[in-house]
Design a protein around this ligand. Structure first.
Ligand SMILES: Nc1ncnc2c1ncn2[C@@H]1O[C@H](COP(=O)(O)OP(=O)(O)OP(=O)(O)O)[C@@H](O)[C@H]1O
Ligand SMILES: [Mg+2]
Length: 252
C-alpha cells in the first residue's frame, strides 16, 4: 500500500486580506515525484513557504510522517523532519570549489567554520563523491563555483540539498533558464533521486513536467484547480483554459 509522506489539510494563508493559499488539500506519496504547476502568482512558492516554515499558515494543517509540523520553525523542519528545499534564487558559495560547496552543505550551513576545519573522513568523502556523481559534477569538483554554467550551478544546489539527506526534497523552478540539454539532464537526475527521496517540484516547463511527473497538482488563485497524472492534467479543459492555452487557444 502506498503511504502518504506528506498530508496538507485545508491550508490557508492570507496577506492583509489577500488569500494567497486557500483551503489547499494535497497528499504526497512516499517516493513519488509530485509536480505543482500553475500561473504566476498562483501561490506555488507560498505553499512551499508554508511547508518549510518560512511563512506561518492562518489555518489548516501540515502532517509529515504523521507529525504535525504546522507553523514550526524552518530550522526545525529542515533538521528534525528532514525536509530540504532549493529556493528560486541561487544559493551557492561562488568563491569556493564545487567540492567545498557540497562539503559545507554536508556539515550544515550553521557551522561553516567548523565545516572548513573538520577532517575529511572516508565516510564523508564517499558521500561527497556519491553526490557529485549524482549531479554530474564529479569531474568539475575542483572548479570554483563561479566558473560553472547556470545549469551546473543549479545542479550544485541540488547536490547541496541532497547533502542534508532529506526525506522530502522541494525544488522550486529548477530548470528556469537552462538549455534544453541541461533541462533533460535535470529530469533524469530528478528521476534518479526519487524513490530514495520524495520530490515536490514546481515548474512551468511542460516538457520537463511530462518527463518527470507521477502526480501533477494545478494551483490557480491559491486553490487546487485539478490533480492527476500528466495526461489527465494536459487534457483537463479547466487547466487548459487557465494555464496551458496559448494565444491561439491551443493547449500543450
Ligand atoms: N509575504 C507576502 N506578502 C504579501 N503577498 C505575498 C507574500 N508572499 C506572496 N505573496 C503574494 O501571493 C501570491 C502568490 O505568490 P507566489 O510567489 O506563491 O506565486 P507562484 O505561484 O510561486 O508564482 P511564480 O510562478 O511567479 O513563481 C502573489 O500574488 C504574491 O504577490
Ligand atoms: Mg514561485
Amino acid at each position: 500500500m502506498e503511504t502518504n509522506l506528506l498530508e496538507i489539510k485545508k491550508l490557508n494563508v492570507s496577506f492583509s486580506g489577500f488569500h494567497a493559499v486557500s483551503d489547499v488539500d494535497l497528499n504526497v506519496k512516499e517516493g513519488e515525484i509530485h509536480v505543482v504547476i500553475g500561473p504566476n502568482g498562483a501561490g506555488k512558492s507560498t505553499l512551499m513557504d508554508l511547508l518549510t516554515g518560512q511563512t506561518k499558515p492562518t489555518s489548516g494543517q501540515v502532517l509529515f510522517e504523521g507529525n504535525n509540523i504546522t507553523g514550526k520553525e524552518p530550522g526545525i523542519i529542515a533538521s528534525k523532519y528532514h525536509i530540504g528545499r532549493k529556493f528560486q534564487g541561487p544559493n551557492v558559495f561562488d568563491n569556493m570549489t564545487v567540492y567545498e560547496n557540497v562539503e559545507i552543505a554536508l556539515k550544515g550551513y550553521t557551522t561553516i567554520l567548523k565545516a572548513l576545519t573538520y577532517k575529511r573522513t572516508k565516510d564523508k568523502k564517499d558521500k561527497i563523491k556519491e553526490i557529485l556523481e549524482a549531479i554530474q559534477l564529479f569531474d568539475k569538483k575542483d572548479m570554483m563555483a563561479s566558473e560553472l554554467s547556470h545549469g551546473q550551478r543549479q545542479w550544485l544546489e541540488i547536490g547541496m540539498v541532497m547533502a542534508q539527506s532529506p526525506k522530502l526534497i522541494i525544488l522550486d523552478e529548477p530548470v528556469a533558464g537552462m538549455t534544453d540539454v541541461e533541462t533533460y539532464k535535470t529530469g533524469e537526475m530528478v528521476k534518479q533521486l526519487a524513490g530514495e527521496h520524495t520530490m515536490i517540484v514546481i515548474e512551468h516547463d511542460m516538457e520537463f513536467v511530462e518527463q518527470i511527473a507521477q502526480t501533477v497538482t494545478v494551483l490557480h488563485q491559491g486553490k487546487v484547480l485539478a490533480e492527476g497524472t500528466f495526461e489527465e492534467i494536459k487534457n483537463n479543459p479547466k487547466v487548459i483554459q487557465v494555464y496551458l492555452q496559448d494565444e491561439n487557444g491551443e493547449g500543450y
